[in-house]
Design a protein around this ligand. Sequence first.
Ligand SMILES: [Ca+2]
Ligand SMILES: [Ca+2]
Ligand SMILES: [Ca+2]
Length: 464
Amino acid sequence: MKIFIILFIVTTFLYSCNKDDEKKVEMGEKNGVCFEDKSCNSGLECYDDNICRVIQNGHEGGACLANGACDNGLVCNSDMICIKDPCLTVVCEDYKHCVLGVCKPLEGRCDSSEDCEVGYWCAAGNLCSVPGVCEPVNPCKEINRTVCVPDGDSYSCECEEGFIDFQSSCKMPLSSYQFHQAGFFYNIDIPSNTASDRCCFDFNNDGELDNKLGTLLKALSSITQINYDALLNNDIERDRFGYLIEYRDAWDTDNIVAPIYESKDSDNIFENNISGEGNIFAKKSSFKSDGEIFISESKETLNGIKNGEKIYFESDYTDFLKIPFFAESITLELTMYNFKLEGDLYRDDFGIWIKNGKLGGKVPMMRLLDAYNSYYIDKCECLNLPEGLFYLDEENVAQCRVVENNECPTNSECSSVIEYCGMISASLVPDVDTDNDNINDSLSFGMRFETAPVSITGVYSLEK
Ligand SMILES: [Ca+2]
Ligand SMILES: [Ca+2]
Ligand SMILES: [Ca+2]
């Protein structure tokens, strides 16, 4: 029994001693044993002997050394504490180096001119350079599709690759142009502009649709013995005349550009031109030159077109379309300027087409009389009027020349045109003032059409 009691006291004593030691230094505390994961409380680090002690300068979490250095793999941050180098996991571009985890340009290299010393700018290749004649503001910037080429103290603005210099502007050569989806015009109809058949545009802003020339052509059909609708559609079927509309950037951007070209069939088969399988050339004569693509470039902002939605284009005043009426071997060629096009646009996976189309423009009186004159000069040599039958007087009114040596057979078209010349010229009263001098100088004209989807095969030139 005695032995047991002594043993108990000793055990209790030893136990109390141990307990007092642990109270003084707990795990993770200064001079205490490290935690199982070799960590210690804040401000301490676990030494190799598994005891927590104050972090030494230069170690992770400790102050940086006097010269700002830290142990390997560590960097001194702005609080002068050594931290794990964040750059160890950062990859910078060639001209940059990593500073505390952020990629910054090396000396003499740059992302912007602010990275360079005063007097230098950030040039190509992220190099800080002394500005040249083309820098830092590119003097060619305002000229489309150009690059600035330095030449000593001077510079020149030259066309970007793929473009050529044409009349002081850079244009894409036709040879490298890729045509987009297109439409072929057919079912042409010149409205008579009776009350039930009004078309197509209001050219003089009085709220009424104007088609002075269309109305006249219809009225004159009986005199000139020309059925203009039939002529046009026949000529289209026989590929003597045709138009294409190219839908450039129709769906990619808000800005739809749709130039119109004269066309030439690739296979002389008309049916496929209107069945959606036509391959048709754009005539080279529709292009101002090799260096300039568009005879007309009409722009309209459309935020995505839905099926059946109206499209509307208007060309510049200087853009024109020729409408040739072929009668036998003779052409009466009308030229309309500042043309407008309107229609309901449809599309599917195979193409784009227009229904209820209207195409109209302004035909200057002078150009119209020229057309009539050259028609009758060719057709009616017997009139002996090489300068033509019609002329414009000082008041811009169409007049007929006096025919003195008429050798035309009676009852021929040429004889009847003398008879009706006064009536024709009296009906040629312009209704549109194009130069705002308050004197009408042009006739409004419009016609209806449809288009069928076709592909533009390329450019057709007579020289081929
Ligand atoms: Ca009008
Ligand atoms: Ca064809
Ligand atoms: Ca005028």
